[in-house]
Write a protein that binds this ligand. Structure first.
Ligand SMILES: CC(=O)SCCNC(=O)CCNC(=O)[C@H](O)C(C)(C)COP(=O)(O)OP(=O)(O)OC[C@H]1O[C@@H](n2cnc3c(N)ncnc32)[C@H](O)[C@@H]1OP(=O)(O)O
Ligand SMILES: CC(C)C(=O)C(=O)O
Length: 518
């Protein structure tokens, strides 16, 4: 790859996760973490890695130098203000790289010149000439940036760019430092510089966009469409304030919309998810669920209509494949918006084959559960379907129950059971609510079976989790175990006990014994 041609359709990807990304409050990384990220960026095919700001601290200097020492293919850049000491330090750090770059910057906008730099336009032009020349004496690859370029009058910006090119800059970066530009304005700035500035064709123009108005990626792409051939970006869009253009979004926009943005990058897109996860882990910055490309919902579909389309053909609702960014598969999330098509597919995946009636019952049960529960997991569906299957062969069913529990008085249960179509009700007390439930059942269905095990566990997490209750009964040497699940632990307990009784009845019938009478 060459970084000197401006006319090609190859876009240089300049990753600044380790510099601008680290400027995100709380995102600082240790040397080891930076080395790990840099190694992955290089393996992924990132052209330029901005490894840090060497004058900022000894730690920053050391990490830029170590990354520079280890890099094999990527260009390693170190940032420097337009100050001789900064440039010397950056040069010292990147000189050990096979391909080192000094990236020096100075403000150009009236606001910055007046309030931050406290310099005149003419003084800044002199500074640009001197500092870029100093950097060029140290390395061949020098990038110059006009800090706050998008709030700089174009005629003055053109004079600055001309001065930087004349002094030897090889890349000219025009940042939207405060995330202020619109795509149209940003593109116009590049077209103007490329048309107006002498020798503009000898350098690569670069974008560097911040996301204060959520336009960082759109502006970067507008810059490329207007002649820029380097995009500065960060993994997960990390960076100062609202962050920078996200590398994964830029790369996938170029890849997915090659019809209108016919520019290539050298990035291996299947590594994007891995890179996102690594940066999230080392910075402790979670990736928002709905983040484009790498958010956990980026390839998840919950609504029935979308799931139906996805099952028929994934192109109905996905513009890129999950595999293209390193995600193993699309996920159809089961929830209250899911329909029959997705539910049928989920049952198939879980190994169930239900007849139409049983399927409808299970689907209605699932919808009712999804209305009460935020997340419906595979285990919830399994518990629900197991219960539907068990109910289909039940002689005894729990029709209704009311339990009174608490600190005042004995716990009691009023229970109505349906036994082969006959309804009977009883009220029973007990030593605790579960005991009162089991006593009620014993009164309605007299039997000798002994309760061997009563166990409750949450099927999934959260206070709205389904409780799964297991009950084991033993009678005449025969043991049965049954389970039932419900968000109400007491209902699950009653159903599990009754399910165990039903099993016991089936066992008795099988061995020719008397069927219990209610
Ligand atoms: C848009 C960006 O993202 S730019 C990069 C921002 N990143 C960082 O600032 C992170 C690293 N920074 C640091 O560690 C420190 O700010 C340092 C080491 C660079 C400087 O620290 P200090 O010497 O204490 O200066 P301080 O940070 O208080 O102020 C910045 C100074 O740099 C000057 N300055 C800012 N940008 C530039 C520039 N591009 N060229 C020359 N001088 C500059 C400011 O005018 C100010 O100078 P002054 O003290 O004479 O008023
Ligand atoms: C140093 C420059 C490139 C910068 O980070 C900005 O202007 O946002």
């Amino acid at each position: 790859m060459t970084t000197t041609a401006n006319a090609s359709d190859r876009v240089v990807i300049f990753d600044t996760t380790l510099r601008d990304g680290e400027q995100c409050p709380g995102a600082s990384m240790t040397l080891e973490e930076k080395l790990e990220v840099a190694e992955l960026l290089e393996e992924m095919g990132v052209d330029v890695i901005e490894a840090g700001f060497p004058i900022a601290s000894v730690g920053d200097f050391e990490s830029v130098q170590e990354i520079a020492r280890r890099a094999k293919k990527s260009i390693i850049a170190g940032l420097a203000r337009a100050i001789p000491g900064d440039i010397a330090r950056a040069g010292e750090a990147v000189r050990v790289a096979q391909r080192g770059r000094i990236h020096t910057f100075v403000s150009t906008s009236p606001i910055h010149l007046e309030h931050q730099m406290r310099k005149s336009q003419e003084q800044v032009l002199d500074i640009i000439a001197a500092t870029v020349a100093q950097a060029r004496n140290l390395v061949d690859d020098v990038e110059w940036s006009a800090m706050d370029a998008t709030r700089t009058p174009l005629d003055y910006l053109a004079r600055c760019v001309e001065a930087a090119i004349k002094a030897g800059a090889t890349t000219i970066n025009l940042p939207d430092t405060v995330g202020y530009a619109t795509p149209e304005e940003y593109g116009h700035m590049f077209r103007t510089m490329i048309e107006k500035v002498p020798n503009a064709d000898r350098v690569i123009f670069s974008t560097h966009c911040h996301d204060d108005l959520g336009l960082a990626v759109a502006n970067s792409l507008a810059g490329v469409a207007s002649g820029a051939r380097q995009i500065e970006c960060t993994i997960n869009g990390l960076g100062e304030r609202a962050g920078n253009a996200a590398l994964e979004e830029v790369v996938m926009a170029l890849r997915t919309r090659g019809d209108v943005l016919p520019y290539a990058t050298g990035v291996e897109a299947t590594m994007l998810t891995r890179a996102s996860k690594l940066v999230s882990a080392v910075t402790s910055f979670p990736v928002q669920y709905n983040k484009a490309i790498v958010g956990r919902n980026a390839f998840a579909h919950e609504s029935g209509i979308h799931q139906d389309g996805m099952l028929k053909n994934a192109t109905t609702y996905e513009i890129m494949t999950p595999a293209s960014v390193g995600v193993t598969k699309t996920s159809l999330v089961m929830g209250k918006h899911s329909g029959r098509a997705a539910f049928r597919d989920k049952l198939r995946e879980l190994g169930y084959q239900l007849g139409e009636n049983a399927f409808e019952d299970a689907f209605n049960g699932f919808k009712a559960l999804a209305d009460r529960k935020k997340h419906v997991y595979d285990e919830d569906i399994e518990a629900l379907v197991d219960q539907e299957i068990a109910l289909a062969s039940d002689h005894i069913k729990v029709l209704s129950m009311t339990v009174i529990a608490g600190t005042v008085g004995a716990q009691s249960c009023t229970m109505t059971l349906d036994t082969d179509g006959q309804h009977s009700t009883v009220q029973a007390t007990g030593n605790g609510p579960v005991d009162s439930i089991f006593n009620a059942i014993r009164e309605l269905v007299p039997h000798e079976a002994v309760l061997e095990l009563y166990q409750v566990h949450a099927v999934t997490e959260g206070t709205d989790a389904q409780a799964e209750v297991s009950v084991r009964l033993t009678e005449n040497g025969k043991t049965v175990t049954a389970r039932a699940a419900d968000p109400d632990t007491l209902v699950a307990s009653a159903r599990a006990y009754v399910a165990a009784l039903n099993k016991l009845m089936v066992k008795r019938t099988t061995v020719g014994a008397q069927v219990m009478s209610a």
